[in-house]
Each structure stands twice: as structure tokens, then as C-alpha cells.
Design a protein around this ligand. Structure first.
Ligand SMILES: Cc1ncc(COP(=O)(O)O)c(C=O)c1O
Length: 442
């Protein structure tokens, strides 16, 4: 079979780029190996053009959650282009970072200072450095995904399954110093017993508790308060990770809805709408540690990131994007539910938040079926899977095209799913999607 340019280029990439891509979630293998397009030439709104000129409607993770306003938003792109024309880098600093610090602290009145990085993982690492500097301790309680760095993967040194329980299977701590063993302590959201036990045994050695305030459902009643109380009692730094849920659930950090303030909160992704920017904001107590810790990088001083963030924040506020994506996501979840029920396709909705809709197939081997679903939707020129990150660009026309395709494809899948996993696999034109982290080249 002759490969498309897009597929052929990815085969070449795997020979020269270990891991194929720079982000696990952008590996085609995560969605539909050999079928999902790896590369784009243009992106606008929720439409992407690949190397072969084929145009795709995106109802998948839409820029892995980073482009809440849609790809290449006019206002953000305009601010970026203006910045590039005026000079995006010099010997001096971009004054936009001062305005961005003021803006973030105004949106989060508990915050009195801000530092900036460019990506989510390094922003999380910066927050951990500040927390360790503030407490003089090393250990960190972790309850979700916070990036690729040593401090985080160290949780898997104790047991390779530790982080898999919370997020991704297969993340082996290859390359992480063994000496970090015991510094990352997993504790699932809502696990009061494990939290209490950890604090009882190691409370005075813990530098930070880092957690998303919520992800697909409201926080377990009292859990955020328990984290806050534990931090106050043991002198621990509480960090809320708003990298994915921030701005999307509500304007600013999701934690603003739950009445619990952290000591530090971290943002990236949607903050720049596709342009690299990360922010750590902190309360007054955190300022001395943030002054004392060495946090310094050349490209943290470039100007596109903060300029994009200011334009993005202005537009997120003006368009009330959080409310729009919530309502679009609720429609998507109703569509999945009703279309599946109509044809007897076993499926359950797995998110309570319209801003991050998701479902799973409730069949014995759901991964084969989700791969087949993606494969058939690709034939409709639609990129999709079991989760959608709606954006401002998902309007009526896009929803209606998606809805028609979902209804048609669910009707096609139902009798195949009813026959069982072997029948599902017979319909796959390529290998099944990967689950979690796997090596690409054995
Ligand atoms: C909650 C959370 N924290 C941190 C990160 C890491 O961000 P990045 O991929 O920009 O390094 C992610 C990325 O998915 C995330 O969802």
C-alpha cells in the first residue's frame, strides 16, 4: 500500500526522532497507529490540514488542551505577529511579563507574586523548587500528572505502578536517579486514609502537596480543605496544578470555585492558546523562597509568550469561553449517550464536566473498539476519540457535522461490538491504539 506523505514522513521520523514526537499524546499510535495523521501544515479554528492537503475537523484533544480559543485565533495571532515584528527578544526584558503578573494576581486575589516559564512541566518543576526552598524538605505528595521531570517520575522508583494508578501506565523511571527513591509519594484524589497515614508517618519531611483541584468531576467533599489543613498543620506548601483545568472550567483557576486557596498555583497550556508560556503564582509567604531559589533561563525572557498570554486572557474573558465550552461539551456528552443508547452500543460517560467531556466503551476489550471508532471517524475526515476538549471554535456547523458522523458510526459499530472483540479486531485496518507509554521501536 502506498503511504500518504503524512504517514511516510512519520515512518521516517521514527528512525531519527526517538519516540517519534516531542509529546506522548501527539503520537499517532495513541489514537490509531498508521492511520492518524502526525503532521499539519495549517490549523485554523478546529480545522487542520495535513501534509497531503487533507482537511480534518478536530473533535479530539484539540491541541492537547492548549488551544481553548481554537487554533490560530485571530486576536492572539495578531498580538504575536505584532510582537515578532517589533522584536521578540533582546538584551532587555519584555515588559509584558509585568502586566501579566499583575493580571494573574488581580484574577487570583490571594496571589501576590508570579514567575514565568514556557511549558507546563518546567512550570511544575519551578513550583516544586520553590516549595523545597521554602521548607528545606524534599518529599512531595503527588496525585495526578504534572510533567516529565525527575521530581515527578521519582514516584515510580518505589513501585513502577505508582503513577499508573493515577494517570498513565508504563512510565518507567529510566534515567531518574535512584537516590530520589521515596521523594515522590502518590496519593489519589479523595483518598483521605492514605493522606492521613502519609502525614502521620512523614508529615514533617514533606515539602509540597501538588494536586489538580479537580479534573473530570467536582472535588471529593472536604478533600481540598483536608489538603489545606494538612499543609497548615505540617508547614507544607500546597500547589494547585491548573495547567489543564484552569481557564477551561472557569475563568482563572478552577480552585476559585471551591473556596480553597493554595500557596502556589501553576498555569500553562490554555494560558498561551498555543504559544509557550507557563506561570507560577504565589502568596506572600512564598515570595522569600521564590527570591532565594535559583530560577533562571534565557528563553524565559522571550516576549511572544507573555504577549500571547495577555491577548488570550483578554479574549477568554470577553468571550466567556469557559461557559461556551462547558455547554458545547455537555451537548457532546448527550450526543454520545443518546446515539449509543439508540443503537444499543455499550458506553458510559466518564466526565461530569462539559469542559472536558469523555466516555468509555463498556465492552470486554474497549481499546480495540475505541481504535475502530477512531478509524471509522477518520474516514469521515474527523479526528476524534473517547475524549474531546471543546474550544471556542466549535460552533453549530461543526457540532452538527460531528453529530451526524457519530450517529452513523455508532450505528455501524453496535453490531460489530455485539459480536465481541475478535469481530472488532477483524474490522481494524491497522494495529490497535497504544494504552499509556510504550516504546515505538522494539
Ligand atoms: C495537569 C497537568 N500538569 C502538567 C502537565 C505538563 O505540561 P506540559 O506537557 O506542557 O509539560 C500537563 C500536561 O498534560 C497536565 O495536564
Amino acid at each position: 500500500m502506498k503511504l500518504s506523505q503524512t504517514q511516510a514522513r512519520y515512518q521516517q521520523a521514527k528512525q531519527i526522532i526517538p519516540g517519534g514526537t516531542q509529546l506522548l499524546s501527539k503520537r499517532p499510535e495513541m489514537m490509531a497507529p498508521e492511520l492518524w495523521p502526525a503532521y499539519f501544515t495549517q490549523a485554523k479554528g478546529c480545522e487542520i490540514t495535513d501534509l497531503d492537503g487533507r482537511r480534518w475537523l478536530d473533535f479530539s484533544t484539540c491541541g492537547i488542551g492548549a488551544t481553548l480559543l481554537g487554533f490560530n485565533d485571530d486576536d492572539v495571532s495578531e498580538a504575536v505577529i505584532r510582537t515578532v515584528r517589533d522584536g521578540s527578544f533582546s538584551t532587555l526584558n519584555p515588559v509584558e511579563e509585568v502586566e501579566l503578573a499583575e493580571r494573574l494576581c488581580a484574577i487570583h486575589p490571594w496571589a501576590k507574586c508570579a514567575r514565568f516559564a514556557r511549558c507546563g512541566g518546567e512550570t511544575a518543576a519551578m513550583a516544586i523548587r520553590i516549595a523545597r526552598a521554602a521548607t528545606g524538605r524534599s518529599k512531595v505528595i503527588i496525585s495526578g500528572y504534572h510533567g516529565w521531570q525527575d521530581w515527578y517520575l521519582a514516584a515510580n522508583l518505589e513501585s513502577p505502578a505508582a503513577l499508573g494508578e493515577m494517570w498513565l501506565t508504563g512510565l518507567s523511571p529510566y534515567g531518574v536517579p535512584q537516590e530520589l527513591r521515596g521523594t515522590g509519594i502518590p496519593c489519589l484524589h479523595g483518598d483521605f486514609a492514605r493522606l492521613e497515614q502519609t502525614l502521620r508517618e512523614q508529615g514533617n519531611d514533606i515539602a509540597a502537596i501538588i494536586a489538580e483541584p479537580c479534573r473530570h468531576e467536582p472535588p471529593s467533599p472536604g478533600f481540598l480543605e483536608a489538603l489545606r489543613q494538612a499543609c497548615d498543620q505540617y508547614g507544607i506548601t500546597l500547589i494547585f496544578d491548573e495547567i489543564t483545568i484552569g481557564w477551561r472550567y472557569r475563568f482563572g483557576g478552577a480552585h476559585l470555585s471551591f473556596g480553597v486557596n493554595p500557596d502556589l498555583a501553576i498555569f500553562s497550556k490554555a494560558l498561551g492558546n498555543g504559544h509557550p508560556i507557563g506561570a507560577v503564582i504565589g502568596n506572600e509567604k512564598m515570595r522569600p523562597a521564590a527570591e532565594k531559589a535559583f530560577l533562571s533561563s534565557t528563553y524565559w525572557t522571550e516576549r511572544v509568550g507573555p504577549a500571547a498570554a495577555l491577548a488570550t486572557i483578554a479574549k477568554m474573558e470577553k468571550t466567556r469561553v469557559a461557559e461556551k465550552v462547558t455547554s458545547m461539551g455537555e451537548r457532546i456528552m448527550r450526543l454520545w449517550h443518546d446515539s449509543a443508547a439508540a443503537v444499543g452500543l455499550p458506553l458510559k460517560i466518564t466526565s461530569q464536566f462539559g469542559c472536558l467531556p469523555s466516555f468509555s466503551f463498556t465492552v470486554p476489550e474497549p481499546n480495540a473498539l475505541r481504535t475502530l471508532y477512531t478509524q471509522i471517524m477518520l474516514e469521515e475526515d474527523i479526528l476524534t476519540g473517547c475524549a474531546v476538549y471543546p474550544t471556542l471554535a466549535h460552533g453549530e456547523a461543526e457540532f452538527s457535522r460531528f453529530a451526524q458522523a457519530v450517529k452513523r458510526v455508532f450505528a455501524e459499530l453496535a453490531p460489530i461490538a455485539a459480536e465481541g472483540p475478535d469481530c472488532v479486531r477483524r474490522h481494524l485496518r491497522a494495529p490497535e491504539a497504544h494504552v499509556g507509554f510504550q516504546r515505538l521501536i522494539k
